[in-house]
Design a protein around this ligand. Structure first.
Ligand code: ADP
Ligand code: MG
Length: 493
């Protein structure tokens, strides 16, 4: 394999003493510079204590041309998903597919319809903010050059933009300090191959731009967060840059808090939280059914959706991030509806792998055959976010058969497995402990888009930095907070 550095050449071999020094330097830099996560909730000092985020010791190699390609595609994906979110008929079709098989998605859509009806079809706020993240794995075959393939596109609660900037800074610091040594392979670790990552400021800019568009001085950005969120510092960095760069204050609140202290003015449609005028609602919770602990939390979401605060994302945009939507967009004719330019469509399609429905259509029948004949090439996904929900390879047929009823299959998509390079090595430090192994890295690209859902005019659209997450090759999921993976940065080659 040509364009990737393999285990024979990178990372440079360190002595035991060098590794120990590197690990200490990395840990202390992380703790002092806010590359941290809250200690596990079961610990006594859960609110007060924090620990360094799981991080790779070295930046992982990533081909520069593919990195540039992924960054370059982001504004196109931003626009595509904004258009999908604005297409009521299209989303209605999707919800029909999921009706009766996915309660959460159905509940979200019911809320959308209810809000639409109460507002008489005229939303209190036509502007929507998307802070998206498109995720990619490298795909390699024995014959072709490596390429990037999209894993998914997140339209709600896309995380790690705050910490990801720090991770790149940390690796840059370690290099400058000479802690990567001089063994073979260290020559790749050059300043120009280790880009600065603007994701924290980039996402804060998205929120700042939306706040400006709302146009009310001294109004706030409301961060809707999970109670006892361990990844709070990732969110804090956006809050701090929003204040520093835009002079905008943020307030954190859970759905439960908003149920209690959020108020909607029935005439002006202003949203107030503890008396403060809310310009932008930024959801870092509410993407998973377990966030809705009571009917009051659904009421809280409804209150926000009915208000004239700009939502990041709106209900329709949240819905557009469903994996079912990603599957339907694989169809050339469907994609053409949203992306009329064939060249642009071609650029998007080079990042797609096949995704099939599990319904009664011809494609659905094909999917059933594939599950029987070559399940080892596929991953099965429900309409969920947040990691740990997928079913892999040979486990798929048994899993599906164990479902109580075959109609429930429609709630899943069947996705071809992307095949990342297998001979990349790195070490991950987690809670101070260093473990080496073969690794797989997933690149995420952040994008901000602010648009008018009524006129369909795009007001702002920009790429906003990146994230590299790295996991051991033998682990199937990549969640950092969930304990599967680590944050990383890119070494461009
Ligand atoms: P989630 O919403 O839970 O993040 P993802 O679609 O991102 O769901 O899947 C979780 C993880 O599973 C990914 O981070 C990746 O490691 C792995 N994965 C998902 N789809 C594929 C695929 N097509 N090929 C290989 N790995 C995949
Ligand atoms: Mg994911």
């Amino acid at each position: 394999m040509s364009a990737i550095l393999n285990a024979a050449t990178y990372p440079p071999t360190l002595t035991e003493e060098e590794t120990a020094n590197l690990a200490i330097a990395l840990r202390d830099w992380s703790l002092s510079q806010g590359l941290i996560i809250r200690a596990p909730t079961e610990s006594n000092a859960a609110d007060e204590a924090s620990m360094h985020v799981p991080l790779t010791l070295h930046p992982s190699p990533f081909p520069k041309n593919l990195f540039d390609q992924a960054l370059g595609l982001q504004t196109v994906f931003n626009e595509l998903y904004a258009k999908v979110a604005d297409d009521y008929e299209f989303l209605t079709e999707i919800t029909k597919e999921l009706a009766g098989v996915d309660d959460f998605m159905s509940d979200l859509w019911k809320l959308y319809l209810e809000v639409d009806e109460i507002s008489g079809g005229v939303p209190a706020q036509p502007l929507t903010l998307g802070l998206f993240r498109s995720d990619y794995l490298l795909h390699t075959t024995s014959t072709a050059e490596p390429s990037i393939r999209q894993v998914e596109l997140n339209t709600i609660s896309a995380s790690f933009g705050g910490l990801s900037s720090r991770a790149a800074d940390c690796h840059r610091f370690l290099r400058k300090s000479g802690l990567y040594g001089t063994a073979a392979g260290s020559e790749f670790l050059k300043d120009e191959n280790m880009p600065v990552n603007p994701s924290a400021r980039g996402l804060a800019r998205g929120l700042g731009v939306a706040h400006n568009a709302y146009g009310v001085k001294d109004s706030i950005v409301l961060f809707v967060v999970q109670q006892r969120e361990r990844n709070a510092f990732d969110q804090r960095w956006l809050e701090y840059y929003l204040l520093e760069d835009f002079g905008v204050v943020s307030v954190r609140a859970s759905l439960e808090d908003i149920a209690e202290f959020g108020e909607l003015d029935s005439i002006t449609k202003e949203l107030r939280y503890k008396g403060r005028h809310v310009a932008v609602v930024y959801y870092r919770a509410g993407y998973t059914p377990t966030d809705y602990t009571s009917p009051a939390t659904w009421e809280a979401r409804k209150k926000m959706e009915l208000s004239k605060a700009i939502k990041c994302p709106s209900l329709a945009t949240h819905f557009a991030g469903a994996k079912k939507v990603q599957q339907v967009l694989i169809d050339e004719l469907v994609l053409a509806k949203f992306v009329p330019d064939a060249d642009v469509r071609g650029q998007l399609r080079t990042t797609f792998v096949d995704i099939l429905p599990l319904d009664d259509s011809e494609l659905g029948k094909k999917a059933r055959t594939l599950i029987e004949t070559c399940p080892e090439k596929y991953v099965l996904k429900p309409q969920r976010e947040g990691g740990g929900n997928n079913v892999y390879r040979e486990k798929i047929p048994g899993y599906l058969k164990a479902l109580k009823d075959e109609t429930l299959w429609r709630g899943y998509i069947l996705m071809e497995l992307i095949e990342p390079p297998q001979d990349v090595r790195n070490a991950i430090i987690r809670a101070g402990k260093v473990t080496e192994g073969n690794v797989i890295s997933e690149l995420g690209v952040f994008g901000c888009v602010l648009w008018d859902s009524k006129s369909h005019e795009i007001k702002q659209n920009f790429e906003a930095g990146w994230l590299l997450r790295t996991k051991f090759a033998d682990s199937e999921e990549g969640g950092v907070a969930a304990g599967f993976g680590s944050i990383d940065s890119v070494l461009l080659i």
